[in-house]
Design a binder for this molecule. Structure first.
Ligand code: SF4
Length: 349
């Protein structure tokens, strides 16, 4: 069994609370409620969705109610969900389309659901699974991020994740994966993972945690210290830049060109030559006006430096070798003047 499937089994036993849409739909059990709460839930915190739905469904019980309510009143009712003005408009359009084109019934097919205003794959999947009890797989940002962190899929978007999961995830998890990972992703394995409070059983088998631990050990082994931009010393030494790339993109560096995935990159460099020091070298990388000299200068056109680590030892290639055993190296990046395979290493977001 892949560690990711083991994670799902552990969470099945541990998860107590349910995300908003599931809570709402389990008490109301109708495709209409799932559809409306699903649309409201996008870009909105679960607690807010839950509160708003409780208020809304006290006033609106079916499609007919939704078609009759004035847009202004609806807007007030669904405030403060994200984009409430746009969502009020969308819900009004939804009611019209369902009445005029679908005889007032919510379709139970993915292709048809995707034609409805405000409905993307995630909401459509929720309607199919929670509203109609069909086999579907709802992938939101939490499912997408965690399935990638656990190396179960290797994707850039939730849509790609859904496709890969459908190929390999046992069907018994399809309906509940969203519920399991939304709660876990919101409270523990968030954008900034809270590994310290993650259950020990999960941490022990988590490949991402192993990577984070390995990075920490390497930094410790070579006596790296984190420094702020204004505190970079003038001495000679080795440095690591942790760079965040917010969106995947093709980047040309030197004579090479490749697609850089969204995520974190660790670049290892050093300043030991004549007339250079750490401060001069790193601030030069940071400068917008610089002429491009190293591969890293091309990546920094798009990525942002999150953290800077420095060591006063001459360990550039040793660090690169250690990192290449734990993270994915970018071929021939930053290593034109040594025999290393790379000086740049990728970590998923
Ligand atoms: S150990 Fe950290 S990265 Fe792994 S699942 Fe837990 S929170 Fe996420």
């Amino acid at each position: 069994m892949h560690p990711f499937e083991r994670l799902l089994s552990i969470l099945e036993k541990e998860n107590k609370s349910l995300p908003a849409i599931e809570t709402i739909s389990s008490s109301l059990k109708k495709p209409f409620y799932v559809l409306v709460s699903g649309i409201l839930s996008t870009r909105t915190r679960d607690e807010v969705t839950e509160q708003v739905c409780e208020k809304l469904f006290g006033r609106i019980k079916n499609l007919e109610d939704l078609s009759k309510i004035a847009e202004e009143e609806l807007r007030d009712l669904i405030y403060p969900v994200g984009f409430y003005k746009t969502k009020a408009k969308t819900l009004k359009k939804l009611a019209k389309v369902l009445i005029e084109n679908y005889g007032g019934k919510i379709p139970a097919k993915m292709e048809e659901l995707l034609k409805l205003p405000g409905v993307g794959r995630k909401v459509a999947n929720l309607v199919l699974t929670l509203g109609f009890g069909k086999k579907g797989l709802a992938v939101d940002t939490h499912v997408h991020r965690i399935a990638n962190r656990w190396d179960y899929v290797d994707t850039e978007t939730p849509e790609q994740t859904e496709k890969q999961l459908k190929k390999k995830l046992p069907k018994r998890y399809w309906q509940e994966i969203n519920n399991l990972l939304v709660v876990f992703g919101r409270e523990i394995c968030n954008v900034k993972p809270r590994c310290g409070i993650c259950p020990k059983r999960v941490r022990q088998i988590c490949p991402y945690f192993e990577k984070l631990e390995s990075i920490a050990k390497i930094l410790n082994k070579y006596k790296f210290e984190k420094v702020g931009k204004s505190k970079i010393p003038k001495g000679k030494g080795t440095y690591i830049l942790k760079i965040r790339l917010r969106n995947g993109r093709k980047i040309t560096y030197g004579r090479e060109s490749m697609f850089f995935k969204k995520g974190f990159y660790f670049y290892v460099g050093s300043a030991f030559g004549n007339n250079v020091n750490l401060k001069y070298r790193i601030l030069r990388h940071l400068s917008k006006e610089k002429s491009k000299h190293w591969h890293i200068d091309y990546l920094l056109d798009f990525g942002k430096i999150d953290e800077i680590f420095i060591s006063m030892e001459k360990v550039e290639c040793k660090v690169a070798k250690d990192l290449s055993k734990k993270l994915d190296p970018i071929p021939k990046f930053g290593s034109s003047d040594c025999s290393c395979f790379s000086h740049l290493f990728f970590l998923k977001p």
